[in-house]
Design a protein. Structure first.
Length: 360
C-alpha cells in the first residue's frame, strides 16, 4: 500500500515506526522545512532511500503521486482540517494526528465528506490500542462492571518554556489550543469512550496558572453527566513539577473497579471484579513498556486502517471518535468561558472563539 507523510515534527517518528512495522510502501514525505524531513529520515536510516520523494507542498505531492492510497497528517493542529479535506477530495485515505479539527464545523465536514467519497479517516487516539486499555474495554463490553457509577481521567504532565519554544504554533488558540486540546485529548477520548459516549452536559473550569507566555490554558477540570446516568471528572494539566507524573483512567461499576495508570494509560494498577477468575490475577500489575509518552499504539492503529481500507470497513478509531473528543474539549472551553454548564450536542464552536480569554 503506497503511503505518504505530511509533517515531520515531534510525533512523526512514531508514524515512521508504524510505516516500517506494517511494511507500507513509503513513497513521499512533505514538510514546510526541508531540514525537518532530512532529520526525520536520518533518524530512521532512510536518508539514502531515493524512492521517498521530498516535498514542501502537499498539493504538489498528491498531484505528482496520484497512486498514494494512504496519507498521514502530523502537522500543527490548526491546519489538520484543511489538509484532510483536500486529501479526502482527492480520494486518499487519511490518518490524522489529534485533535482531528479545531472546530465542530470542520469536524462535521470531515465526517460528511469522507462518507461522500467513501474514504477512510482514522484519528490518532492510539492509546485505545494499549494492552491495559484493551483489557478494560473487553471487561466493559462483557458486562463485568455491571452498572457504571462514575469514572475519571487525570492527565498530570509537565510542559515548560523549552517545549513551547520548539514550535511557534504551540499554545495558540488557532493552531493548538491549550493542555486539554494537545496533551490531554488522548485521555479525554478514552474517558468518553469508556463511560458511554452519550453526554448530557459538561461543566468546566480552565485557568492559566504558570504559562503566561501562552494564549491558552495550562489546567482544565470538568464534571461530566452522561446520558446513561454515570458521572465523571476530568483533570488535565501541564503544571506538574518537575516532570510527567501520570495519566490515569478510573472506572467504577457495581461489580468492578479498574485503574489504568502509568505515564500514558499503559499499566493496570487496580483490577477488581466480583466474578474474579484465575485469568484476572495475570492482569493485576500489568505494565506495557513504551519508548516515549506516545506509547506503542501507532503501529496497531496503522494495521487497523490498512485492514479497513482493504476490507472497506470503518476504522477502529474513526472520524466520529475524533469529532467526539474535539466536542468534549470545546464544550469545556465554552463552559469555562460562560461559567455555565454546556448541553450536548455541541454546535458551531471553534477554538478561535476563545481568543483573548487569558489576556492580561
Amino acid at each position: 500500500m503506497k503511503y505518504a507523510l505530511i509533517g515531520c515534527g515531534r510525533i512523526a517518528t512514531n508514524h515512521v515506526k508504524a510505516v516500517v512495522n506494517n511494511n507500507l510502501e513509503f513513497i513521499a514525505v512533505c514538510d514546510l522545512l526541508p531540514e525537518a524531513i532530512e532529520t526525520l529520515l536520518v533518524k530512521h536510516g532512510l536518508e539514502k532511500d531515493t524512492s521517498i520523494t521530498r516535498y514542501t507542498d502537499y498539493k504538489q505531492m498528491l498531484s505528482e503521486h496520484p497512486e498514494i492510497e494512504l496519507v498521514a497528517i502530523a502537522t500543527d493542529s490548526g491546519v489538520h482540517a484543511e489538509i484532510m479535506l483536500y486529501c479526502i477530495d482527492q480520494g486518499v485515505n487519511v490518518i490524522v494526528e489529534k485533535p482531528m479539527t479545531m472546530s465542530m464545523a470542520d469536524a462535521e465536514k470531515v465526517i460528511n465528506k469522507s462518507r461522500e467519497k467513501n474514504v477512510k479517516v482514522s484519528v490518532c487516539h492510539q492509546n485505545r490500542f494499549n494492552v491495559a486499555v484493551q483489557q478494560m474495554r473487553k471487561a466493559l463490553e462483557d458486562g463485568r462492571f455491571g452498572r457504571i457509577s462514575h469514572g475519571s481521567i487525570n492527565v498530570r504532565w509537565n510542559r515548560g518554556r523549552q517545549y513551547y519554544d520548539q514550535a511557534s504554533w504551540r499554545g495558540k488558540w488557532a493552531s493548538d489550543g491549550g493542555c486539554l486540546f494537545n496533551q490531554c485529548i488522548h485521555g479525554i477520548d478514552l474517558f468518553r469512550w469508556m463511560m458511554g459516549d452519550e453526554i448530557e452536559e459538561i461543566y468546566g473550569v480552565t485557568k492559566q496558572q504558570f504559562h503566561n507566555y501562552l494564549e491558552c490554558e495550562d489546567i482544565g477540570m470538568a464534571i461530566v453527566k452522561f446520558k446513561n446516568g454515570a458521572i465523571g471528572t476530568i483533570e488535565g494539566t501541564v503544571n506538574v513539577y518537575p516532570k510527567n507524573l501520570e495519566e490515569t483512567l478510573y472506572l467504577f461499576g457495581e461489580k468492578g473497579t479498574v485503574k489504568i495508570g502509568g505515564t500514558s494509560t499503559n499499566n493496570i494498577d487496580v483490577w477488581n471484579f466480583a466474578d474474579e477468575s484465575e485469568e484476572d490475577s495475570k492482569k493485576k500489575g500489568l505494565q506495557e513498556q513504551t519508548s516515549n509518552v506516545y506509547g506503542n499504539g501507532h503501529i496497531s492503529l496503522y494495521a487497523d486502517v490498512m485492514d479497513a481500507i482493504k476490507n472497506d470497513r470503518v476504522p477502529y478509531v474513526d472520524a466520529i471518535a475524533g469529532r467526539n473528543a474535539v466536542e468534549m474539549v470545546l464544550a469545556i472551553y465554552q463552559s469555562a468561558f460562560t461559567g455555565m454548564p454546556v448541553k450536548f450536542p455541541l454546535k458551531n464552536v471553534a477554538s478561535t472563539d476563545f481568543e483573548g480569554r487569558f489576556n492580561r
